[in-house]
Design a protein around this ligand. Structure first.
Ligand SMILES: [Fe+2]
Length: 387
């Protein structure tokens, strides 16, 4: 299928799903408020505006700049989060209360309290949707949290025992991720005090990196050695090669199917996200092999890859620790469930033969700034030698 046709189908699917979710939510609100014709017209107008605001904000951003788009961005992003949470809560309400009552009514006359229960159920779901969204906003903006794990690497020389590698990921600079949140990220990296910082993709959503000011700040994060990074899918969507060049200009060493040797004792390899590959996902195994070409076999290997895929191949190729991101740990409901269909692991550790995989929830967010079941994070890996 040609790329342009795939693009059109994707946009149509998003519009259809997004509209369907709004019709579903409106049908619930209408049961409670029972609006007359005039109110109905205004309610529909408001819903259309809210539904479109996130996408409008992105358009305004590219024509008039980030500052002009910011108020619309806030409205759109918070609404995005509320819709995700409210849809999930109403879906649970339908499955747990509405469906059993509907079946009871079909089988017999149904319990006498059924109508009241339905009304109160919708009210409770509406309230829960608001409370959970507020909780998710607070949790998100309290980030990034710092997590620390000890990782034993069989081949790590004694001289590197205690080496601290700090991973950040999915920062998505631009939109709501501006100066104030970058300051939070800087403080977190100061605290983490890593020997080496690695960034596993989706660093910027600014077209071609914007004026480079935010990226420049990422290039100066606290790291005793030059920061290493890989390109994610958003690097491709937000400009591709010129954006990757801007990241390099900010002082970050972007690993593109290659590796670096740290202190003669540790190999860090990195690959582009599959959207950079000429044939899509099919070329990624070859990219892993290419990145390891010439790496000393006696040293431990850490592979940076934006998304958690092809772990079996990485393990077979001799990788000891694979660091990824992309999933945001599901970020906003219901994506915690939907993501599990696309990726075998959406957060935390998993083992593949001798290789350990870590999937970070990401350091900032994309779209809705609402996190319910996890926080934005940076991760300190304290490497231990078992030699
Ligand atoms: Fe991504």
């Amino acid at each position: 299928m040609p790329v342009w046709l795939r693009g059109i189908l994707f946009v149509l699917t998003v519009v259809a799903v997004w509209s369907g979710v709004h019709v579903y939510l409106y049908s619930k609100f209408a049961v409670i408020f029972q609006p007359d014709k005039a109110v109905k017209r205004w309610a529909i107008f408001a819903l259309v505006f809210l539904a479109a605001s996130y996408f409008l904000a992105r358009g305004v951003d590219s024509f008039f700049g980030r500052d002009v788009a910011l108020p619309l961005h806030w409205i759109g992003a918070v609404w995005l989060g509320y819709v995700g949470v409210a849809f999930s809560v109403f879906f649970l309400y339908d499955i747990l209360l509405n469906l059993p009552l509907w079946i009871a009514a079909k089988v017999g006359s149904g319990p006498v309290w059924a109508v009241k229960a339905k009304y109160w159920g919708i009210r409770a779901a509406m309230l829960a949707g608001i409370l959970v969204t507020v909780f998710g906003l607070v949790r998100n903006f309290s980030g990034p949290v710092i997590k620390t794990y000890e990782i034993a690497l069989d081949k790590l020389p004694k001289s590197l025992d205690g080496f601290v590698l700090v991973q950040g990921s999915d920062i998505h600079l631009g939109g709501l991720v501006g100066d104030w949140y970058v300051s939070r990220i800087e403080r977190a990296f100061e605290k983490a005090d890593g020997d080496l910082v690695v960034l596993t993709g989706d660093l910027s959503d600014e077209h071609n990196g914007g004026d480079g000011a935010l990226l420049g700040r990422l290039g100066k994060l606290r790291s005793k050695k030059p920061i290493l990074a890989v390109a994610g899918n958003h690097e491709r969507y937000s400009g591709g090669e010129p954006l990757v060049q801007k990241i390099k200009d900010s002082g970050i060493d972007v690993l593109r199917q290659t590796h670096r040797i740290i202190d003669d004792g540790l190999v860090i390899a990195g690959i582009d996200d599959s959207v950079f590959m000429p044939n899509g996902l099919g070329d990624v195994p070859a990219a892993i092999d290419e990145s390891l070409k010439g790496a000393p076999a006696e040293l431990p290997v850490i592979l940076l890859s934006h998304r958690p895929s092809l772990m079996e191949h990485a393990a077979k190729a001799g990788v000891d620790l694979m660091l990824t991101g992309h999933t945001h740990g599901g970020q906003t409901p219901p994506f915690g469930i939907l993501n599990r269909f696309a990726f075998p692991v959406i957060k935390g550790f998993a083992n593949y033969d001798q290789m350990k995989l870590y999937v970070t929830t990401g350091t900032a967010w994309w779209g809705a700034p609402v996190r319910v079941f996890n926080s934005p994070e940076i991760v300190r890996f304290v490497l231990r030698s078992s030699l």
